[in-house]
Design a protein around this ligand. Structure first.
Ligand SMILES: Cc1cc2nc3c(=O)[nH]c(=O)nc-3n(C[C@H](O)[C@H](O)[C@H](O)COP(=O)(O)OP(=O)(O)OC[C@H]3O[C@@H](n4cnc5c(N)ncnc54)[C@H](O)[C@@H]3O)c2cc1C
Length: 822
């Protein structure tokens, strides 16, 4: 996948002295440096410091990029045997190079799947280097080579080397979009308007001085972008930003959006992507995937082959193969048997077999293939002699597998008798376009040269390869019913309109035609993941599945990654799953691995506060164990909860029966007042608010704050009138104790309203006093303004996770259910 070329002057950065600008060494969503990890793995010989003590068998399902990486890394560990199951008759998946022989010259390649590779794909380039494969910067991106645009039947020229096409509107749109992106990502050249994110500035500082503080600045900057855009479509975000006169030369019109949708800034129309979430598009720019695309002269199939040879070569000390590769072996379902072993049901060219047993399984396919494998339904293990039925993956990951959006995509390639677009190869000696971008059905055409340069000049001999059409989304659906020949005929008029000489030569010289629609390709069922708004939380659940599951089954693949549509999405997930599976079967994984050094709760991907909630019924409540960070002593602290009350009671309680230890209580009382009490075990100090509508059956935000001993209560962002309703001592009292923090209950028998019944979400504890202004802003904006001092954050949407740094998840007691809200 690749959309547009980078706007001019992009990623110049104040904090970076490199004239080429800031180049990230990790992905923004993980900030994990896979290159350094793989270098240390190379020094060690494998990802494990210590192999399992006994022989273990691991199944890898799917022989695409992520499955190959997982199998390769696992094959390097002693005492592990890997069986790689691949449904197709070849390995590679969406690394799908179709080869055409060309006499003594290099064979020609149709890259039906991935075809261009940005050097910030650190994992990919690690393996390319390992296997001695060289990428060349020859990819004919628009504007890098002679390019023509066809927009509303008008031909627009785009000379090679020029940043935007020869057209005032496209130049303006291109420049404006560059400014929007620069503004969002915090480039130093961004217009100096209120609140630029400064992401790149902070990221460059973090890369040269990696400390917790410098990292936090990066995280906060990206979080700001996430908070604003996870629920917004690409269309809505761009249109809104493009109304800001400080960012654009004039507010964009409907027609500007149409131009941008048809051709981007001249290269790759954004229209088919308008419905995806804006964050997915920003990732492309943040991670540098749109820069300096390269191609592999031998095709990406060479990498598949190198992996295959390495896997077949892997031997134990006594010379036995460490890897079995099963082609035409489609896994239909998998079950966990008594004794913690997995058995796979495999369709082997029509026949159904139950495979031998495995200690752990890596599923490295698209999410749709996972769904067809039955991973989202309840596992009925009875037929397989299991002890009890159990879910192999958690509900939120099942939701992710069902829902994450895969984009459609189609490509049509041909070989031509010659590379006729070079002047020396056509009768008139004309320089013809190497790249055509249109608003017609074909969209993008690329003339490709898969021969090595000779004396620094392109090798113009031999057959040419033309990618006549590369489309996404609806454009791909439009083509589904047409045969390759019909498509070719359908595309020709637009090509004739752009350049009749080019079109005539293409028509005359075309030899072999090859076409693919990824959404209707067996075992793949879609091109690549691009989230719809609101799916980022599911993406997080699916990506981090390798860290949280204890059943020994781990997911991989670009469709659960932070980079759908890129090998750099797929390959790191293969490494993550390999680390998790190795650990599960008893290996000790090397330090600083993705198991430990990617923080699950670094970012909050949720959309708003009430995306889900938990319901406390009868005497059901939640409890979090006591940790040092909750010992507020006589200091400032704050409690927040969002509630929808059925019957009043204690919302947050951390107090024992009188005479025990100190603590605090936040109680909704039957008359609609709210009580905030503090206690040092012997004496107490409490306030009660005026009557409020807190228990009217609607959602309300309740906040209690202690600052310099003064207690305040806030409802829906507003300070409530409160009076001291009892005190046997001066505030502040020492509230520290070793009791669990309870949500929906309290351990203090004297409290008349112990149990709260109703819905709760977004419970947070702060080791500081939130200011009145901050409480109001957090309520209005539905987000955290400043994470400083946040010691617990239980969104209680879907699960019991604490997404603060402390990761102190709550336990469920009694009748508690979780409800997700779409
Ligand atoms: C049109 C297109 C263009 C792209 N362009 C680029 C690009 O320019 N640059 C880039 O870096 N990336 C690009 N990508 C993305 C890249 O190709 C993918 O990220 C990567 O190949 C995905 O690898 P994977 O392991 O996640 O999945 P896959 O490649 O889908 O591998 C999954 C494998 O599992 C097998 N399988 C499925 N079900 C079963 C089953 N039940 N049993 C056994 N096996 C099964 C499948 O046959 C397949 O081989 C592009 C992708 C597409 C489709």
């Amino acid at each position: 996948m690749s959309f547009i070329s980078m706007p001019k002057n992009f990623r110049k950065n104040k904090a970076d002295t490199d004239p080429k600008g800031f180049v990230p060494n990790s992905m923004i969503d993980t900030l994990f440096d896979y290159k350094t990890f793989l270098d240390s793995r190379d020094l060690n010989g494998s990802i494990a410091l210590k192999a399992p003590e006994q022989q273990k068998n691991i199944a890898v399902i799917g022989g695409g990029a992520s499955g190959l990486v997982a199998a390769y890394e696992l094959s390097k560990i002693d005492n592990i045997h890997v069986t790689l199951f691949e449904a197709a008759d070849r390995l590679g998946g969406r690394m799908d190079s179709v080869y055409v022989q060309d006499g003594d010259l290099n064979q020609k390649v149709f890259e039906l799947g991935c075809m261009r590779f940005p050097p910030t794909s650190y994992t990919l380039y690690h393996y390319l280097n390992k296997f001695g494969l060289k990428a060349t910067p020859n990819f004919p991106d628009p504007g890098k080579v002679p390019t023509k645009l066809l927009y509303e039947n008008e031909v627009i020229n785009w000379p090679a080397g020029q940043p935007t096409p020869d057209n005032e509107d496209f130049q303006r749109i291109g420049d404006d979009f560059g400014k929007i992106i620069n503004f969002l990502l915090g480039d130093a050249s961004a217009p100096d308007i209120e609140n630029p994110s400064k992401l790149f500035d902070y990221w460059a500082i973090y890369q040269s001085d990696p400390t917790e503080q410098t990292k936090q600045k990066v995280v906060d900057a990206w979080q700001g972008i996430l908070t604003q855009y996870v629920g917004v479509t690409y269309f809505d975000a761009v249109f809104e930003l493009a109304q800001n006169r400080l960012l654009v030369s004039r507010p964009w019109t409907q027609e500007d959006m149409n131009k941008f949708g048809a051709l981007g800034v001249g290269a790759g129309g954004f229209g088919p992507l308008y419905g995806v979430d804006f964050v997915e598009i920003l990732r492309l720019f943040a991670n540098g995937w749109e820069d300096n695309q390269e191609l592999l002269l031998d095709g990406i199939g060479a990498l598949t082959q190198a992996f295959e040879f390495a896997l077949l070569d892997a031997r134990t000390a006594s010379g036995k193969p460490k890897v079995s590769i099963e082609l035409n072996a489609k896994v239909k379902s998998l079950v966990k048997l008594a004794g913690d072993k997995y058995a796979l049901s495999v369709s082997n060219n029509g026949g159904q077999v139950i495979s031998s047993q495995f200690d752990s399984v890596v599923v490295a396919t698209t999410t749709r293939a996972m769904e067809y494998m039955g991973l989202t339904i309840a596992n009925d293990l009875d037929s397989c002699e299991s002890e009890k039925s159990q879910d192999l993956i958690s509900q939120n990951v099942k939701v992710a597998i069902r829902n994450l959006h895969l984009m459609n995509s189609s490509k049509l390639f041909v070989t031509t008798e010659s590379k006729f677009w070079y002047p020396e190869n056509n009768p008139q000696g004309n320089e013809l376009p190497f790249n055509i971008q249109t608003d017609e059905l074909m969209r993008g055409l690329y003339c490709l040269n898969y021969d090595e340069d000779v004396d620094g000049k392109p090798n113009t001999q031999g057959k040419g390869v033309v990618l006549i059409s590369y489309v996404w989304g609806d454009d791909s659906s439009k083509l589904l019913a047409l045969s390759p020949e019909e498509r070719f005929q359908q595309f020709l008029p637009a090509i004739y309109a752009v350049n009749p000489e080019f079109a005539a030569l293409l028509e005359k010289q075309t030899q072999k035609v090859s076409c693919i629609d990824w959404e209707s390709t067996s075992n793949i069922y879609g091109a690549f993941k691009l989230n719809y708004p609101g799916q980022e939380q599911s993406n997080k659940d699916a990506f981090f599945q390798y860290q949280q599951e204890n059943q020994g089954l781990f997911l991989a693949g670009d469709s659960i990654s932070w980079a759908g549509g890129w090998l750099e999405g797929a390959m790191p997930t293969g490494i993550n799953a390999a680390c998790a599976a190795a650990k599960y079967v008893g290996a000790k994984v090397i330090d600083n691995s993705p198991l430990t050094d990617i923080a699950k709760n670094m970012y909050d991907y949720g959309i708003g506060s009430n995306t889900g909630f938990c319901t406390l019924k009868e005497s059901g409540f939640l409890s979090a164990s006591s940790i040092a960070e909750y010992q507020f002593g006589q200091g400032d602290f704050s409690i927040e909860a969002t509630v929808r009350t059925l019957s009043p009671g204690t919302v947050v309680g951390n107090k024992s029966t009188a005479g025990g230890s100190g603590g605090y209580l936040l109680v909704i009382q039957p008359d609609g007042s709210i009580k905030f009490a503090t206690d040092n075990g012997e004496t107490y100090y409490q306030i009660e608010s005026e009557l409020s509508d807190v228990k009217d059956g609607n959602w309300h935000s309740v906040v209690a704050v202690r600052k310099d001993g003064e207690l305040t209560l806030h409802l829906d962002g507003k300070l409530l009138e409160s009076t001291q309703s009892g005190a046997s001592n001066q505030s502040p009292l020492n509230v520290s104790n070793s009791l669990d923090v309870l949500i929906g209950s309290v351990q203090q028998n004297q409290e008349p309203f112990i149990h709260y019944t109703g819905d709760v979400s977004q419970v947070r504890l702060w080791r500081r006093a939130l200011s009145e202004q901050e409480v109001a802003s957090q309520y209005e904006q539905g987000t955290i303004i400043d994470k400083e001092g946040l010691v617990a954050h239980w969104p209680l949407a879907i699960n019991t996770d604490d997404i603060s740094e402390n990761e102190n998840n709550v336990s469920v007691n009694g009748d508690v259910t979780f409800e997700s809200v779409s």
